[in-house]
Design a protein around this ligand. Sequence first.
Ligand SMILES: Cc1ncc(C[n+]2csc(CCOP(=O)(O)OP(=O)(O)O)c2C)c(N)n1
Ligand SMILES: [Mg+2]
Length: 605
Amino acid sequence: MTDSSDLPDHSPKRPTATPIERPVVAPPTALFGSDAIAEALRALDIPYIALNPGASFRGFHDSLVNYLGNEQPQMLLCLHEEHAVAIAHGYAKVTGRPMAAAAHSNVGLMHATMAVFNAWCDRMPLLLIGATGPFDAAQRRPWIEWIHTARDQGAMLRDYTKWDDQPASAAAARESLLRAAWITQTAPKGPVYINLDVQLQEAPLPAPLPPIDPRRYMPPVAAAASDRQVAEVARLLSSAQRPVILAGRVSRSELAWNARVRLAQALGARVVTDLKVGAAFPTNHPLHAGAPGIYASPEARDVIAAADVILSLDWVDLAGTLSAAFGPGDPRARVIQVSQDHTLHNGWSMDYQGLPAVDLMLAADPDEVAIALADAIAAPQREHGAARPAFHGPALDGGAITMAHLATGLRGAVGSRDVSLVHLPLGWDGQFWDFKHPLDFLGSDGGGGVGGGPGISVGAALALKGGGRTPVCIGGDGDFLMGATAIWTAAHYRIPLLYIVANNQSFFNDEVHQERVARMRGRPVENKWIGQRIDDPAVDIAGIARAQGALGIGPVRSADQLVDAFRQALAHVDAGGIAVVDVITQPGYTPAMVAALNHSSGQKK
Ligand SMILES: Cc1ncc(C[n+]2csc(CCOP(=O)(O)OP(=O)(O)O)c2C)c(N)n1
Ligand SMILES: [Mg+2]
């Protein structure tokens, strides 16, 4: 059996950014080191390379334009390296496949790092190409190539990449790219980094590289559980009284989605899902417990606490969720974990979370295991009542806008069209919007790095382009303002996207924290906004959008204007554009979110 990327592909057809930026002519033969490197990228079927330019990869840049003709991969110019990586991250969230990104020697890479961390924590593939001034010091141009040469650039991101390399010849660079492409796509997926010496890129090729077939260097890695393990888990689950499935990091495959539904229905298992990762189970299904959240809802916690057997399909933070449900000490239920994530854990990043109690561990792909279990447990599908009714939103009157109004207005404007929510704000409540398909929601930024939202949304929109789904981002104002210039890349390459800013005019998450501290210390809560509020002057978010060639609408201040504003924006998106709608939104989080933020460090579990 193979990795989930080999499951039948239900993702939209490979999209293309609008073909602009066509070079005049392309020469026929590979003459330089970077020509061979660019050729290897093409052979690896890398569709795009998002970048901000730099002299350290000017040879490679030339090869992409003048040797490959800026096609396959096509360059996507970005205004910040963080966006280049975030775009690749968003693209991978939809397709499960890597795009390339390139970052200039050390300073560009420094800009890129937070986005690499986000992709790492989200376990998304990414082929990051960097460059360095000549490693041979005798060849360095004065000053600039000295400041842009660092002993070990890979060290900057070695702790949150799967692998990195600094090859010393064109032949070695090609091998390095093949290895990188294989590693990044092999589960658990994650970013890889290759650093290209400027001299290696610019040196003439001594001789053409012998042709190779890259497919022979991408062996699928067996990721299925053994028949014996599947039988054992099937037996445990079938004899459980109150089985619960925690559907975590799974792929966008429809086949695996349907298998999870079959499995839950055959077992009568309750299912919990999570807003940190993409949609994993129909949220309106009668077996789905509570609404998905960044933290488990009270209903989800109750269902978990009552379970006798728990099947975790690579659930993010299994230990934290179990302790939130069962309290301190060992969980009462038997716990089955399906995950290969431990193979990535290292001593630097604690994104591996707490150590969960696990009675049975399948180091296997969660999609493969769900399919195998659904096939093994051939019990008749039980009746489970009617689907949960859709969210009944508040009246869209002339009053101030809450997140519930925003969701209701969006629902009114999109009607029955297929929408992918590519990013959601911290104040979102999972009950606002049902997920009925793996592409209905793509999960969060992974690493909690604010500013990732715009780039991730643009990358996801790129991958969804031409696939019949409308990409919609709803993001915080703080997140938008940190990453706002990613909008230009979408405008420039005609990537359709509806971007709604839930503008509470604050880094509100941290107002909640200041309130908590004030209460703990008996100090005035009224001061919580200081150093948090983004006002006086209020930022003209629609203006920032317009200034980059997007349609900018707003600020929208009353709920009765929402549907019209969103309809106007959608018309622009349907015509191939990016629209940004600034919605002045009342601050507020779900009770589960507030409780989690107020759980102070050092507090007993
Ligand atoms: C790069 C980065 N800087 C700071 C933070 C701390 N932080 C977490 S949430 C948040 C506020 C984000 O603001 P916004 O997107 O407007 O969402 P809101 O909190 O208002 O719901 C901040 C500053 C972070 N997570 N990442
Ligand atoms: Mg905010």
